[in-house]
Design a protein around this ligand. Structure first.
Ligand SMILES: Nc1nc2c(ncn2[C@@H]2O[C@H](COP(=O)(O)OP(=O)(O)OP(=O)(O)O)[C@@H](O)[C@H]2O)c(=O)[nH]1
Ligand SMILES: [Mg+2]
Ligand SMILES: [Zn+2]
Length: 338
């Protein structure tokens, strides 16, 4: 595979010009291990470690390479190991707040063209959670596509109902309904994928992300495991990994996410909730909190039934969460610096 087939484009090449020193070559991170990386270039994959100087130049976990990143590496004489000296700016990314109490940004993947956001029709389905993923994708300049998996476990009527629920929430994102068991919908996913483009699959544990990749690759490249009836996932996939398909696209498998916490995602919020954003221009007061003010266009729209209450509540919830995490993060970084 040449570097363009690995996803390198003109923008990234221009970035590399200022960054990669003589003797260094470009490579793409395909796996992040604890303390080391697998990187790939036109000749194949090798093990790589960051140099001390590179480590020293990083300020937060976000500055460390993640899967999908492009890095400047120096290959050792033997050609089977390399050192990472620099990292290119990211064209796009997926990131979230770490799960649990930790107030820190966790990178999921970088330089992604499309996020396949997978929810299972069976137990996992949740429109508010879908909206979180959409905010995450919008924030990182990644095009989202929704995948409803395990359609073999529900009736056609039920599937229609789920899709209607998504549309009623004002989500116009493309939806592909699939079954890894019957194979239905898989050709739509194949058609949606282009050579040299990178696709990242995200969603809860047990929804069939790795199974989908195996089906697209045509053999069991990734481990998958049955889930209990209640849908409790087992977190079978434990690392993010970039794989290349024969047809030329690249796919990143990710471990199931329990939480999609938002931290400083205001751009993603505006994009995803553009209906609310648009409506709010009609409020009488420019600083309207849309809770009790007179002549509030949002409250009016809810009353008229043109804006769904749940959609608006979710907006408020995500906005508050994103902003309060942002503040906590800023305080934490300030403390660390001093
Ligand atoms: N009925 C049905 N089962 C499926 C489908 N896709 C996957 N499964 C099953 O669901 C279970 C979980 O699949 P995985 O592919 O391991 O799920 P995952 O999303 O990769 O899970 P994590 O790696 O834990 O994040 C396996 O037993 C699969 O065989 C589907 O379309 N229909
Ligand atoms: Mg998996
Ligand atoms: Zn208002």
């Amino acid at each position: 595979m040449n570097l363009n087939e690995l996803g390198l484009d003109r923008w990234l090449t221009n970035q590399a010009r200022n960054l990669c020193q003589p003797g260094q070559r470009m490579a793409r991170v395909t796996v992040v291990h604890r303390g080391w990386y697998t990187v790939r270039n036109e000749e194949g994959e090798v093990t790589a470690r960051t140099t001390g100087r590179f480590l020293h130049s990083t300020e937060s976990t976000c500055d460390m390479p993640c899967v999908g990143d492009w890095v400047c590496v120096r290959y050792q004489d033997t050609q089977n190991a390399a050192t990472i000296h620099g990292m290119l700016p990211r064209k796009s990314f997926l990131r979230r707040k770490y799960a649990g109490k930790r107030i820190e940004i966790q990178m999921i993947a970088a330089n992604i063209d499309v996020a396949f956001i997978v929810q299972s029709c069976h137990y996992d389905f949740n429109v508010s959670r879908l909206e979180r993923y959409l905010v995450m994708a919008n924030e990182g300049q990644v095009e989202p596509v929704l995948i409803l998996s395990k359609t073999d476990l529900i009736s056609a009527d039920k599937l229609e109902q789920l899709i209607a629920e998504i549309r009623e929430a004002g989500i116009s994102t493309r939806i592909i309904a699939i079954s890894n068991v019957t194979g239905s919908g898989l050709e739509q996913i194949e058609d949606a994928m282009g050579a040299g483009k990178t696709y990242c699959i995200v969603g809860s544990s047990g929804v069939g992300k790795s199974t989908l990749i195996n089906r697209l690759i045509g053999h069991d490249a990734l481990e998958t495991k049955a889930v209990s009836d209640s849908g409790e996932g087992r977190h079978t996939t434990v690392r993010r990994q970039l794989l290349a398909l024969d047809q030329g696209a690249m796919l990143i498998d990710t471990p199931g996410m329990r939480e999609v916490g938002l931290l400083d995602a205001s751009d993603g919020m505006d994009d995803n909730f553009d209906d609310i954003h648009e409506l709010s221009r009609g409020c009488r007061f420019s600083n309207c909190s849309h809770t009790q003010e007179p002549q509030c266009a949002i409250l009016q729209a809810i009353e008229d039934g043109t804006l769904q209450q749940v959609h608006y509540q979710n907006y408020l919830k995500l906005k508050t969460e994103s902003e309060s995490n942002k503040m906590a993060y800023a305080v934490k970084r300030k403390k660390r610096k001093s």
